[in-house]
Ligand binder design. Structure first.
Ligand SMILES: Nc1nc2c(ncn2[C@@H]2O[C@H](COP(=O)(O)OP(=O)(O)O)[C@@H](O)[C@H]2O)c(=O)[nH]1
Ligand SMILES: [Mg+2]
Length: 635
């Protein structure tokens, strides 16, 4: 089944509602007041089966200039437009305004219907035809059919149906793989059901019993029931007129302009970076002017902050930041209309380029440059640009800014990873890092390591966390542990650094000692080596050297790290050869008796209690011996 949403457009009293009724049998003027006054005030809905699996939903809009805002709430989700012009009046102000709106919203297809042809002569119809040709020149309707019709006599109705069938073939199915989104156009109570909302489903699908999120509130509710074109359904898909029965919300809490969407992906926003164009008929728009903003079914007041100019001239485009009085759910690529604050007329429109812009200096020329790049970008390029702007970003923060679900983001990210444009941490992706940013940080790590070695020639490496503390990106931020560890792995794989335990050093880094230090090193080693197990206090050894205490202490640390010397207790250091000798001694003793006590140990080694106790404790720790009461077992 193919679904198509057709919207009417045109001046009041030109026969839009009568045409919808003649085509579908349903009077779209559903309100009591509408029937009494004979005018359309709010949106009306009807549908028509055209056979061969084609079903058309009609959204009938009011033509009255006071109700253009209602018209705007209906025109957002339409696939094609029926621009209605009465033969007896020809083109009138709202014919033009509605047509402008269709162009600004980038509606691509439609037809023009000349109604009330029963009221005029054929040459008048031909005149109207000429005026219409003039109006639509250079627009999406330039080569569209112009059909003479009458709701009264039925003239032209078959023609319209045939053209709808023909145009439907050229309309691509809606993107079902996108996350579910439905701008609400009506909310009401239905006896026995509770809260019901309606709207045109613009992306994705929704199932019965699904959880959905309401924007801007961010509240979760459950879909109890679904109707598509007035018939119960298990699910609804993009492109369908849909009614949803919701549980978990009062009718008073939900209204036109709010949006239902897949839960947990998106964020409401009150600041939009966009491209904005003015109609040729508009007055120049000053920076910081207030306008009425319409997108989807939402309407609010917005302040227009022009990026890179003081004033926007008619028929011109600019990048701008719109600051909305009320937040809503808007995604990149969404079209919008702006109307003059007062008197209220349509003056322009545009496209959302960045729905969650970071705080930027608005005079920064990089901002419009960035928006120009976003405007031209494919989805993949868009992801790269946004990650590049941030440097590194959590994948979970990107769904809202891309308007895409996680799996789609994963696909785009992996493709960029293969092209070496992004570095991705996690499986599935948890962090995106732009390659340029990553390389810059890696360079910084190497640089910091180099300067560490220069100022600490006697230390073999720097503790990981100390090194991380020295790294700053271009925004003066320290990398997260996850990113830092990825940097270390990357540099280690490139053979630029070595990471051992918790210490990092430049690859192949050997400590270079000057002759004085080298001599001191020899003296220290000799002092412990020659002492055997009856070692001097380390502080005494250092005190007898000619170099200063700090350097001497570092050399001692180096020897401990290299395991030439071993620290058994505070201020009790042995040469490793002496300890190896002790192990041999115990191994030989074990052959005679595997039990010893402190007395036997002192006898064996010739040591005093001062050395014997710490050494035995050391041997216990090393699992050479195991203490049992007053004795020890040699293992
Ligand atoms: N003679 C004639 N009258 C029509 C035709 N279509 C609509 N009308 C009348 O024109 C008036 C306005 O029609 P309506 O459909 O409400 O116009 P809308 O404001 O564009 O929706 C009504 O009185 C209709 O009966 C038509 O094709 N022929
Ligand atoms: Mg009407």
């Amino acid at each position: 089944m193919k679904h198509l949403i057709v919207g009417t457009a045109g001046h009041i009293d030109h026969g839009k509602s009568a045409l919808v009724q003649a085509l579908t049998g349903t009077d779209p003027d559903r309100l009591e007041e509408e029937k009494r006054r004979g005018i359309t005030i709010d949106l009306g809905f009807a549908h028509l089966d055209l056979g061969d699996g084609l079903r058309v939903g009609f959204v009938d809009v009011p033509g009255h200039e006071h109700f253009v805002k209602n018209m705007l709430a209906g025109v957002g989700g339409i696939d094609l437009v029926l621009l209605v012009v009465a033969a007896d009046e020809s083109i009138k102000p709202q014919t033009r305004e509605h047509f402008d709106i269709c162009r600004l919203l980038n509606i691509r297809k439609g037809m023009v219907v000349i109604t009330k042809c029963d009221l005029v002569d054929r040459d008048i119809v031909d005149l109207v035809r000429l005026e219409i040709q003039d109006l639509v020149k250079g627009s999406f309707l330039e080569n569209a059919p112009v059909i003479a019709a009458s709701a009264r006599t039925g003239e032209g109705l078959d023609n319209i149906r045939n053209e709808l069938r023909r145009l439907a073939e050229g309309i691509l199915p809606k993107p079902l793989e996108l996350p579910f989104r439905l701008p609400i156009d009506r909310a009401f109570v239905m006896k026995g059901f509770g809260t019901v909302i309606t709207g045109t489903l613009i992306a994705g699908t929704v199932q019965k019993d699904a959880e959905v999120e309401i924007f801007p509130q961010g509240r979760r509710v459950r879909v109890r029931g679904i109707q598509v074109h007035n018939a119960p359904a298990e699910s609804a898909v993009a492109g369908q007129r849909t009614a949803l029965n919701l549980v978990g919300i009062e009718t008073g809490e939900i209204a036109r302009g709010m949006v239902l969407a897949a839960p947990g992906l998106f964020k409401a926003t009150s600041s939009l970076d966009c491209s904005l164009g003015l109609l040729p008929s508009a007055r120049p728009l000053k920076n910081r002017a207030r306008v009425h903003f319409h997108s989807g079914t939402a309407e609010t007041v917005a302040e227009v902050v022009l990026l890179g100019s003081k004033e926007l001239a008619p028929d011109r485009q600019s990048y701008a930041q719109l600051r909305l009085a009320e937040a809503g759910l808007f995604l990149p690529g969404d079209r919008f209309i702006v109307r003059q604050f007062s008197p209220v007329v349509t003056i322009g429109g545009g496209t959302v380029l960045d729905n969650l812009p970071p705080k930027h200096r608005l005079s920064d020329p990089a901002v419009p440059q960035f928006l120009a790049a976003l405007e031209k970008a494919s989805e993949e390029e868009r992801l790269e640009l946004l990650v590049q702007q941030a440097g590194e970003v959590a994948a979970s923060d990107m769904t809202a800014r891309m308007g895409r679900a996680e799996n789609e983001l994963e696909r785009l990210g992996r493709s960029l990873q293969v092209k070496k444009r992004l570095v991705i941490l996690g499986q599935p992706a948890s962090v995106f890092i732009h390659t340029g940013h990553f390389e810059q940080l890696a360079g910084e790590v190497v640089q910091q390591l180099k300067s560490f070695h220069q100022s600490n020639p006697l230390m073999s490496g720097i503790a990981k966390e100390d090194l991380r503390g020295r790294i700053r990106d271009r925004k003066k931020q320290q990398p997260s542990s996850a990113v830092f560890n990825a940097l270390l792995r990357h540099l280690e794989a490139q053979g630029k650094i070595e990471v051992r335990d918790e210490a990092v050093r430049q690859a192949g880094r050997e400590i270079e000692l000057n002759p004085e230090e080298a001599a001191a090193r020899q003296q220290i080693v000799h002092a412990f080596e020659s002492a055997g197990l009856a070692v001097p206090a380390a502080s005494d050894v250092l005190a007898h050297l000619t170099i200063d205490h700090d350097r001497a202490a570092k050399i001692l640390q180096m020897l401990l790290k290299e395991k030439v010397l071993v620290k058994v207790a505070e201020d009790l250091i042995f040469h490793s050869a002496a300890l190896a000798g002790l192990r041999d001694l115990l191994a030989r003793q074990k052959e005679k008796n595997d039990r010893i006590n402190v007395g036997i140990f002192k006898e064996l080694t010739g040591l005093t209690r001062k050395y014997a106790i710490p050494l035995l404790e050391y041997l216990d720790r090393e699992r050479v011996t195991r203490r049992q009461g007053d004795e020890r077992i040699i293992l």
